[in-house]
Ligand binder design. Structure first.
Ligand SMILES: NC(=O)c1ccc[n+]([C@@H]2O[C@H](COP(=O)([O-])OP(=O)(O)OC[C@H]3O[C@@H](n4cnc5c(N)ncnc54)[C@H](O)[C@@H]3O)[C@@H](O)[C@H]2O)c1
Ligand SMILES: O=C(O)C(=O)C[C@@H](O)[C@H](O)[C@H](O)COP(=O)(O)O
Ligand SMILES: [Zn+2]
Length: 386
C-alpha cells in the first residue's frame, strides 16, 4: 500500500536526528506522512492544549487541511494565521502585524506556535515565538527543502531590515522539528533547487564524501525520477544535512566561532539579496549558490584552494540547474563598491573587518578575516563580468 493512504497506525517510525543542546535539546523527525500525524507527534513537547499555526497562503492552500485534521484528531485547540508567501514577508511590518494578531488571539505562555512553511515562515514565526510574552514554545514544521535541511534547525530566527539580511532576530530553539519529506512533492523545481544549494553547502564546507554522494544522487533528488530513488535520496539528504548542522550547532549554538562555517556563501549571497531588495528575482538559496562560487573563487585567488575543486563545485551546481553568476539575473546594474558596502553590514564583521568562510578544498572550509580588499574586489569583478 502507498504510504500516503496507509492508516496512520501502520506508518513507519520517522528517523530521529537529535540536536544536543542540554535543556534546549530537541529532535528532528524525518519521514513521509508526518503532517497527517502532527497532533500525535508534537503532543509530548506541548505544554498546553492550544496551538497557533503560522503559515503562508501557498502552503495553507495545499496542506493546511491535512495539518488541522491531525490537530483535531489529537484533540488540540488550534487557530491559523495565514501570511503572504515570499521573502518580503520577513519584514518589520509583517512582524508587527503578526504580533498584533497573536496578541489579539489572547495567546498565553503555554500556547505553542507551529511554524508551518518554508524558511520565511520559520524565521518570522520563530522570532515571534521568541518575543511574544518574552518567549513561548514553538515547533518547526518545514515544508521546503531549504527549511528541512537548514532553516528549521538551530534556532536562528530573524527578519530582514533595509540595512541588511536577518539583522533583527534572536537565537531561539524550537521544541521539535517535523520534516515531512513527502510534502516536497508539491514544491516547485526552482524552490527545490534553491534548497539544494544549502545541501551542497554541507558537502562543500565539511564533508567531501557527502559532496561525492550528491554528485551521484543530486539529479535524481531534484528531478524526481525514478520516484522511489528520488524519495529515498531526499530523505537521506535531509537526514545527513540535519545531522551535519546539529553537530555544529551543538558545539556552538550562538555562533561564537565554528557555527560561522554554516555561513559559507552567505557573506556574498546576503549582499546580492539585499541589493535586489529581497524580491522574487533572487531566492536565498540561489544567492547562496552564487556566494559559494565566489567564496571558492576568492579561495583560489588567494592560493588556498585548487582551481579544480572550485570548478568541480561549480560544475555540480550548474549540472542541476543552479545559476552561478549574479549576471545570470536579467536587468540588474551591479556595482562592486555597492556590494562591498553591503558586505560590511554582515553580522560577522569584527573591528571593521569582514569575516569570510573560505576553503582549502571541497569539504575543507575555514573562517578567516585575512582577505585584502584588492582580492575581494577582483573576485567580485570576475563574478560580475559577462
Ligand atoms: N534560520 C536559518 O538558519 C536559516 C537557514 C537558511 C535560510 N534561512 C532563511 O530561509 C528563507 C528562505 O526559505 P525558503 O527557501 O524555504 O523560502 P520560502 O519560505 O519563501 O518558501 C519558498 C516558496 O515555496 C512555497 N512553499 C513552501 N512549501 C511548499 C510546498 N510544500 N509546496 C509548494 N510550495 C511551497 C512558499 O509559499 C514560498 O512561496 C530566507 O529568508 C533565508 O534567509 C534561514
Ligand atoms: O544556521 C546558521 O548558522 C546559518 O548560517 C545557516 C544559513 O543557511 C542561514 O541562511 C542563516 O540565516 C544565515 O545566518 P546569518 O547569521 O548570516 O543571518
Ligand atoms: Zn542560508
Amino acid at each position: 500500500m502507498n504510504a500516503s493512504t496507509a492508516p496512520v497506525a501502520d506508518l513507519p517510525e520517522p528517523r530521529r536526528v537529535p540536536v544536543a543542546l542540554g535543556d534546549r535539546a530537541y529532535d528532528i523527525l524525518i519521514g513521509e506522512d508526518l503532517i497527517r500525524r502532527t497532533g500525535t507527534l508534537i503532543r509530548p513537547v506541548l505544554t498546553g492544549n492550544r496551538v497557533i499555526v503560522v503559515t503562508d497562503e501557498t502552503v495553507a492552500g495545499l496542506h493546511l487541511n491535512t495539518l488541522t485534521k491531525s490537530l483535531d484528531a489529537a484533540g488540540l485547540d488550534h487557530t491559523a494565521i495565514v501570511l503572504p508567501p515570499g521573502e518580503s514577508t520577513k519584514s518589520f511590518d509583517r512582524y508587527a502585524g503578526l504580533m498584533n494578531e497573536l496578541l489579539a488571539l489572547g495567546l498565553e505562555r503555554k500556547t505553542t506556535i507551529l511554524a508551518f512553511g518554508g524558511g520565511v515562515i520559520g524565521d518570522l514565526a520563530g522570532f515571534a515565538a521568541a518575543t511574544a510574552l518574552r518567549g513561548i514554545p514553538f515547533v518547526q514544521i518545514p515544508t521546503t527543502l531549504l527549511a528541512q535541511v537548514d532553516s528549521s534547525v538551530g534556532g536562528k530566527t530573524a527578519i530582514n531590515a533595509p540595512a541588511g539580511k536577518n539583522l533583527v532576530g534572536a537565537f531561539y530553539q524550537p521544541r521539535m522539528v517535523l520534516a515531512d519529506t513527502g510534502i516536497l512533492d508539491s514544491l516547485p523545481r526552482r524552490e527545490l533547487l534553491a534548497g539544494y544549494a544549502e545541501v551542497v553547502k554541507y558537502g562543500a564546507l565539511g564533508d567531501l564524501a557527502f559532496f561525492e554522494w550528491l554528485e551521484r544522487h543530486g539529479a535524481t533528488l531534484i528531478d524526481g525520477d525514478p520516484i522511489d530513488e528520488c524519495r529515498a535520496a531526499r530523505a537521506e539528504a535531509v537526514a545527513r544535512s540535519c545531522a551535519a548542522k546539529a553537530a555544529i550547532v551543538a558545539q556552538d549554538e550562538r555562533e561564537g566561532g565554528l557555527r560561522a562555517l554554516l555561513n559559507l556563501g552567505h557573506t556574498f549571497g546576503h549582499a546580492l539579496e539585499s541589493r535586489l531588495g529581497y524580491g522574487p528575482d533572487l531566492l536565498h538559496g540561489e544567492a547562496v549558490a552564487m556566494g559559494m562560487a565566489m567564496a571558492f573563487s576568492l579561495s583560489v585567488r588567494k592560493g588556498l584552494c585548487s582551481g579544480q575543486d572550485a570548478e568541480r563545485l561549480n560544475r555540480h551546481m550548474a549540472s542541476v540547474g543552479l545559476r552561478l553568476k549574479p549576471t545570470d539575473i536579467a536587468g540588474v546594474d551591479w556595482d562592486v563598491d555597492d556590494l562591498i558596502k553591503r558586505m560590511f553590514k554582515d553580522k560577522k564583521v569584527e573591528a571593521g573587518r569582514i569575516t569570510f568562510i573560505l576553503a582549502r578544498g571541497l569539504g575543507d572550509a575555514f573562517i578567516t578575516a585575512d582577505v585584502d580588499e584588492a582580492d575581494l574586489r577582483a573576485t567580485l569583478e570576475d563574478a560580475l563580468a559577462d
